[in-house]
Design a protein around this ligand. Structure first.
Ligand code: NDP
Length: 483
């Protein structure tokens, strides 16, 4: 199939649908230089994509796992071959640095390779039976048609985390990426198409959130996996569970990092700054609260301030830039309003990055100091702002860390093994890091949150990813003849 001249077309049933109204994809670093155009779908487009997925379901589910794995491996190789093209689109549309985008492309390729390998391992179990001759065995069936709704902050990796295990388990996919990164998504869909996925197995639809809603409410979609904001996620949860579908949510966080006085600053300062400000603070796992315990406070604040002041903010396409712009003018307004509100409530600005360009979607990373009375100490602002808070005791630090509706990630910086053991057991977070940033996970280990950060469905990534994308059936098998 020849790729369309307009990058951002829909891929439905193996055809590139290059017609209909268009929309522009903007570059947050260069507002006057749009990245390109894409076709704008609607509910009918989503319906067509779901029909194509339903039609492809039986063929893909009955394709032997080895053949499915070979296609996933081809996707991985093609993604590596086109990593520079995909990474460049990601930086132009999302704003993150080209180094971050290249890393994302490499890890997305690796995710497909990992799930190709995983599909060759058994997920079945055998149980003892009290009946002579009987075997009790669980088998896995694909869920069917899966709706994949993804955000803009990891426009390469998050789709890979969801689509690779969905395909490995024999599902067909209808994928709706975020409106901020449609051309990155289209480039990834071209990889799927060129790697030889049968028509209809992955369908890409580009368009607004309302089109996503058409996927969520369609009875033919057996499950929806979503990463994004809490209100949209909870709305999706209600709509999908109301029709008895399956839903997987990865939502926000308000992630704490606890710093004790035995910390080695050579370890903790870079980890805290990377966790708070990396990817312009637009990670669900970003460090939003830095909890300094006792006497470490003064020196910690001083060293953090120096590091934050020295960050380099600029166009992500320029080598050497460490922090790109925020994703959109709307995001920049929201983050600026969050900072203004924090200041009005009495937050002290400890440091801001000096190199941040004026205008556009650029925003200077900002370190605040304050207490739990600040709204920003509880509510997620999706940008490079972090608040240092002081507590006097270890008990107080753990209580403060858990005093949030979220539970995605948490870090602790200490060398005390008892404290580390306590953190691993008592911090209410799906990801716990010891002497490492709250951000960054490995694709072969389970990922997900607690409380309002995730739904109750199975974890993403690693060998647990298959749980969401399959139905478990328990078979009781007896000989057909009497002994
Ligand atoms: P949203 O939750 O609005 O968007 C995430 C995805 O859901 C996008 O593909 C979006 O499409 C789609 N969507 C929007 N509305 C619906 C709907 N009613 N039904 C189905 N799908 C829908 O996040 P935003 O991009 O607007 O970001 C807003 C905030 O969300 C951020 O400031 C941050 O707090 C949080 N966020 C969290 C992320 C995380 O990793 N947990 C990632 C991104 C954002 P479209 O883009 O077309 O609107």
């Amino acid at each position: 199939m020849t790729a369309p001249s307009v990058f951002g077309a829909h891929l439905i049933g193996g055809e590139w649908i290059d017609s209909g109204p268009t929309a522009v994809s903007d570059n947050p670093a260069r507002p006057d230089e749009p990245v390109g155009e894409y076709r704008l779908g609607d509910s009918a487009t989503a319906g067509d994509a779901i029909s194509a997925a339903v039609d492809a379901r039986a063929v893909w589910a009955s394709t032997p796992f080895g053949a499915r794995a070979r296609i996933l491996e081809r996707i991985a190789s093609l993604m590596e071959a086109r990593a520079e093209e995909i990474a460049t689109l990601c930086t132009l549309e999302e704003g993150k640095t080209i180094a971050e985008s290249r890393g994302e492309a490499a890890l997305a390729a690796e995710t497909f390779r990992f799930h190709a390998g995983m599909s060759k391992t058994s997920t079945e179990r055998i149980f003892p039976s009290p009946t002579p001759g009987e075997t009790i065995r669980t088998v896995r069936a694909p869920l069917g048609v899966v709706g994949v709704i993804t955000p803009w902050n990891f426009p390469i990796q998050i789709p890979a985390w969801k689509i690779a295990p969905a395909l490995a388990a024999g599902n067909c996919v209808v994928w709706k990426p975020a409106s901020n990164t449609p051309l990155t998504a289209a480039a990834i869909a071209r990889v799927f198409d060129d790697a030889g996925l049968p028509a209809g197995v992955v369908n890409l639809v580009l368009g607004p959130g309302s089109m996503g809603n058409a996927i969520v409410t369609d009875e033919r979609v057996d499950g929806v996996t979503f990463t994004g904001s809490v209100p949209v996620g909870f709305g999706i949860r209600d709509a999908v569970t109301a029709r008895n579908g399956r839903v997987q949510l990865e939502l926000g966080g308000h992630n704490p990092a606890l710093v004790f006085d035995d910390t080695d600053f050579a370890v903790s300062i870079p980890a805290l700054v990377a966790g708070a400000m990396g990817a312009t603070g637009q990670k669900c796992t970003a460090t939003r609260r830095i909890i300094a315990v006792g006497n470490v406070y003064d020196e910690l604040v001083e060293r953090l301030a120096e590091a934050v002041r020295g960050l380099s903010v600029g166009d992500g396409m320029h080598e050497g830039v460490g922090i790109g712009p925020l994703v959109s003018p709307g995001a920049a307004t929201e983050v600026a309003e969050g900072l203004a509100a924090a200041k009005a409530e009495g937050a002290e600005v400890v440091a801001t990055t000096e190199s941040a360009p004026d205008g556009g979607c650029f925003f200077a990373p900002t370190l605040l100091a304050g207490g739990t009375d600040l709204t920003i100490a509880h509510e997620e602002i999706f940008g490079p702002i972090s608040t240092v808070m002081r507590v006097d005791t270890e008990d107080g630090a753990f209580a403060l860390a858990n005093d949030t509706e979220f539970g995605l990630s948490a870090s602790i910086f200490t060398n005390d093994l008892w404290r580390i053991d306590r953190a691993v057991h008592e911090l209410q977070a799906g990801v716990i890091k010891v002497n490492a940033p709250t951000t960054g996970t490995e694709l072969h280990a389970p990922f997900g949150g607690e409380k309002a950060s995730s739904g109750h469905a199975a974890r993403e990534q690693g060998d647990t990813a298959v749980d969401f994308f399959t139905r478990t059936r328990t078979a009781y098998i007896r000989p057909g003849t009497a002994r």
